[in-house]
Design a protein around this ligand. Sequence first.
Ligand code: MCF
Ligand code: ZN
Length: 342
Amino acid sequence: MARHEDRDPLNEEDLAQIADLPKVELHLHHEGAAPPAFIRGLAKEKSVNLSGVFREDGSYAYRDFVHFLSVYEAATQVLQTPRDYARLTTALLEECAANGVIYCETFLSPDFCGGGDLGAWREYLHAIREAADAAERDLGVTLRGVVTCIRHFGPEKSRPAARCAAETAGDWIVGFGMGGDENRGELNQFLYAFDMAREAGLKLTTHAGEWRGPSEVRSAVEDLRVARIGHGVRAIEDLALVDLLAETGVVLEVCPGSNVTLGVYPNLAKHPIAELRDRGVKVTVSTDDPPFFHTNMRREYFNLANAFQWDADVLRELTRNAADAAFCDDDTREKILKRLET
Ligand code: MCF
Ligand code: ZN
């Protein structure tokens, strides 16, 4: 294959083709998909003071990764009822549809949806599923949920989250994972939660190798035994680990715009997604928290096409990787794969 530097630049036709590609997104935080205007609207309705959450131009205000996590949680305070989550679900699926996304999985936390209480969690889930079913009918976007514990909330809180996941595991809650501050605690402190979720039949993913180096990614694979890793990009610093990912088929949920905006890499040209792919790792593309990072799936695809001179065939390959790695049942996967062929 020609090295990307040797290929012709993208022309108008390539760009139009990329915009129209059907897309599959595996790494999207439910609240992180809320546009600032949506959060401001709820804050007004509920008279919640969100000082410090927005910049003067209306965008989310954060200085760095740790501050981002606290702004995320501050904004989330306005989402207080199952109905609020139903409205958010409709809004995020409209945005998915506008970007050509036909299937996506979102991270949902029982800590945010009902404070870790199983009964309350079921109510949130019911409302979210109703909104998702309507969007599937009206917009042709399929949503599935991945229950997520939050690393900096500690291992104790991961257990009720895993219990909520295990009790609601099925055709809609399809996975269990962990997000949050990777610099806090060790991954193996969360073994109990991940084992409980696995025993309930859930597929597993965890954020790792975004801020901490390759050893974190290795622990995710060997200790937590996840099928996918959120980010995982710092695996590139250990080529034996990269080979392990390639051989075992562990899939990376790569979020290039998020990594550049939060400063994991200075720009897209320095991002390791292309090298990981060249070395045989199954990579996929997601937005993470699109309004926080001023991105969407179309933009991610365009930016990658431009940075690495990737044509529509390469992007189709990444979409196909995502469909293969989706946590949904096989019937749903077959339907997605059929739609990707057209
Ligand atoms: O992927 C980004 C950055 N890295 C780590 N964690 C998160 C990201 N976006 C949201 N999160 C975390 C955050 O702690 O996931 C939680 C947030 O509270 C939500 S999961 C429904
Ligand atoms: Zn994430």
